[in-house]
Ligand binder design. Structure first.
Ligand code: UDP
Length: 252
């Protein structure tokens, strides 16, 4: 890898200065963390899969007119993205109950929700990303009322797109998390889908068997994480084979 200036090292990705102003290189690591980094491991091949899967989802979203930060994939582990200011919120959309909403509200995992539910968490690892309301977001100035309307509409469009492509390959999109960035263009700013969309940030269940094909495999010790992610990639036509554990072969 060329010597690039590191801007930020996160849990699953490292960001480097891009080749042109306003661009960033996102490097996908093999590190997996859960429970606010209390559980950690290195899972060979995860970064390669997530780079390719995120490219696939972001490209598809772009095709249907949902703005994203994605510019192009550079190689197996890196992609070029637009530099943006991340709004300090995790935007979660849920179609079925699982994880924290099941615990919080006592709803059995797998229960279909009456309609998609959008939640916001304040992005702060030291606080454990607490759930916040629009009141907190407005009062602390994390996003404006207009931003919140745009964020809701973007989140629901991502949900429809992701639910549809997953349903087409026999996978249920239970829930997912996205991050939103502000891109400045002259005097204007617009909101784009940033960060990544991958099985690290979604819950994906096989519709027939209920098999988990997402990061819960790691969180709950349910087997090989790369087997699960490879299965998602294979069904979407991104990978040639389903039994890849170490060096996934990516279809060009
Ligand atoms: N999620 C994420 N990053 C986080 C928290 C949640 O990507 O820091 C995703 C998670 O993978 C799931 C959805 O957001 O698809 C909802 O997560 P939940 O609130 O149920 O939290 P969890 O049970 O994962 O702690």
């Amino acid at each position: 890898m060329a010597r690039r200036k590191k801007i930020y090292e996160g849990k699953a990705k490292t960001l480097y200065e891009g080749p042109e102003p306003g661009t960033i290189v996102q490097y996908f690591k093999d590190d997996a963390t859960a429970f606010n980094a209390e559980k950690k491991d290195v899972i060979e091949g995860k970064g390669v899969l997530n780079n390719r899967l995120s490219e696939y989802f972001m490209t598809g979203l772009g095709e249907i007119g949902v703005p994203t930060h994605f510019i192009k994939r550079l190689n197996m582990r890196e992609q070029l993205v637009k530099s943006c200011e991340i709004i300090p919120l995790e935007v979660i959309v849920r179609n079925y109950a699982a994880g924290s909403i099941s615990k919080r509200l006592g709803i059995e995992e797998g229960t279909r929700l009456p309609r998609p539910i959008v939640e916001y968490c304040y992005k702060d690892d030291s606080l454990g990303d607490p759930l916040v309301t629009e009141e907190h977001i407005a009062a602390f100035g994390w996003a404006s009322q207009q931003d919140m309307e745009d964020i809701l509409s973007l989140a629901l469009r991502v949900n429809d797109y992701m639910s549809g492509i997953m349903y087409a390959v026999g996978i249920r999109l239970v829930d997912f998390k996205i991050e939103i960035g502000r891109v400045y263009e002259g005097d204007f700013q617009r909101l784009v889908i940033a960060d990544e969309i991958s099985p690290d940030s979604c819950r994906l269940w096989d519709i027939e068997t209920g098999r988990k094909l997402d990061k819960d495999v790691f969180r709950r010790d349910l087997g090989s994480l790369t087997d699960a992610y490879s299965e998602v990639a294979r069904r979407l036509g991104i990978l040639q084979s389903s039994n890849i554990t170490t060096a996934p072969t990516v279809v060009k």
